[in-house]
Structure formats: C-alpha cells, structure tokens
Design a protein around this ligand. Structure first.
Ligand code: DGL
Length: 247
C-alpha cells in the first residue's frame, strides 16, 4: 500500500461529504476520492444484500483508484455491509455508527433521540451499542423517512423539509431529550434547520469528527500518512461521473 495513494470515501449520495470535510480538515495533506452512489440512493429502505452488492461494486472502483483506506461514510451501508467488506478485502475500512454511546453518557435528562434510516436501526452494531451503553437512558428512535431524498434534491430549506423535521424532532423535544444523535451522514446538512426547532437546549451529535480522528490513527498505525508535501487532490464522482465541489 502506498502512502501517497488517496483515501476513498463512499456514500449513497452527498451525505458522506459531512465526513469528508472533517477528514480533510484534520488531514490536509491527504488526497481523497469520493463516490456518491446517486443512482441507487436512498439506501435506507433497501435490503441488506442489495446494499452489500453496491458496496462491493464501489469498493472495487475505489481500489482501482488505489485507495489506501476506505471510509464507508454512510451509516446504512456500514450497518449492512461493513462485516462483509472486512471479511473480503485487505484494505482497512472505517465505518459510521450512530453516536449513541456519547449521547447516553452525556445525557442529563436521561432521554436521547436518535434520527437514522430504517437500515441503520436494523444494524447489529446499533443494537449492541444501545444495549451495552444506553440501558440507563430512554431512547427515542425515529426513522428519518424522506429526509435523504429531499437533501439529494437540494430541498433542505423548504416548507416540506421543515414539516418533516417538526414531525420527527418535536416528539423528542417534548419527551425531554437533551441529546439528538444524527445517525445518518446526510443529517449534519440539516443542522441549521434542526436548530430552528430545538434551539440551543439540545445537543446534536455528529460522529464525523471522531471518524476523522480514527482515519488519522489508522493511517499512522499502518505507516500510511502522506508526508510527500504535494498539494492535496480531491476527486468527486457521482455514478462514476466526476462532479465539482466548491471547496
Ligand atoms: N448517508 C446515508 C447514511 O448515513 C444515507 C442513507 C440513505 O441513502 O438512505 O445512512
């Protein structure tokens, strides 16, 4: 494996960019290649084997671009496919997991809201973490049906989005949640809209900074940090076609 090779990131769409931006902030000398599986978005309602197939396809594509480490920047794809990927490839994978553990440990009210896709709620990791670390708090699980589709369509600041968010967030606030876990990498893009509903009294938890720190330590452990000093290159693809991101 080559230290000057890029870090690969994948998501069903643009949500993984919330992880990409933390990785790039922490590791400004790393090249990245990002794959948005837009034609197959959303993953949330899909069956596990279908998501595994997509993850395998994209992993092959990223490996063809020499990715030295792959971030599965999607909670749903992590829940469905990370075990399979780790069993079948030697490249290191880092996945996403809803930040239920810190939320449960930090909660003063004893009530925590979790907003995630249906696929993520079905995942082994989510259940194990909730059982192990969140048995002492009340968890309000809310599938974010429809949110990813609106974000992908660029409709983050629309009456439709506001109505959906009220429907999902109000019951959490009314039940006394003081922490809301953003369990899908698309949802940090909604932080301003969610803040309009919760105000400052609720902490919104996004695991992306912790994932970026994990990327750094795994690269360090494997001697794969890019110390070449050349300017970082960032490539973005949607369904194998390049797109530009204004950085
Ligand atoms: N960004 C994905 C996640 O973190 C979105 C899931 C979807 O495509 O439904 O779960």
């Amino acid at each position: 494996m080559n230290a000057t090779a890029p870090i690969g990131l994948l998501d069903s769409g643009i949500g993984g960019l919330s992880v990409w931006r933390e990785v790039v902030r922490l590791l400004p000398h790393e090249h990245t290649v990002y794959y948005a599986d837009t034609a197959h978005c959303p993953y949330g309602p899909k069956a596990q084997d279908e998501i595994i197939k997509r993850a395998v396809h994209i992993t092959g594509w990223l490996l063809a671009r020499q990715a030295k480490l792959i971030v599965v920047a999607c909670n749903t794809a992590t829940a469905a496919a990370i075990d399979y990927l780790r069993d079948h490839y030697t490249v290191p994978f880092i996945g996403m997991e809803p930040a239920v553990k810190p939320a449960a440990l930090l909660s003063q009210s004893g009530v925590v809201g979790v907003l995630a896709t249906r696929g993520t709620f079905k995942g082994r990791l989510y259940h194990e973490t909730s059982e192990r670390f969140a048995g002492h708090v009340k968890i309000i699980e809310q599938p974010g049906d429809g949110l990813v589709e609106l974000i992908e369509a660029g409709k983050t600041a629309t009456p439709e989005m506001t109505a959906l968010l009220h429907k999902y967030i109000n019951p959490m606030v009314e039940a006394g949640a003081d922490h809301i876990v953003l369990g899908c990498t698309h949802y940090p893009l909604l932080i301003p809209a969610i803040r309009n509903i919760t105000g400052d009294k609720v902490t919104l938890l996004d695991p992306a900074p912790a994932v970026a720190r994990r990327v750094k330590s795994l690269l360090e452990q494997n001697g794969l940090l890019n110390n070449s000093g050349e300017p970082a290159r960032h490539e973005f693809y949607s369904d194998e076609k390049p797109f530009n991101l204004t950085i």
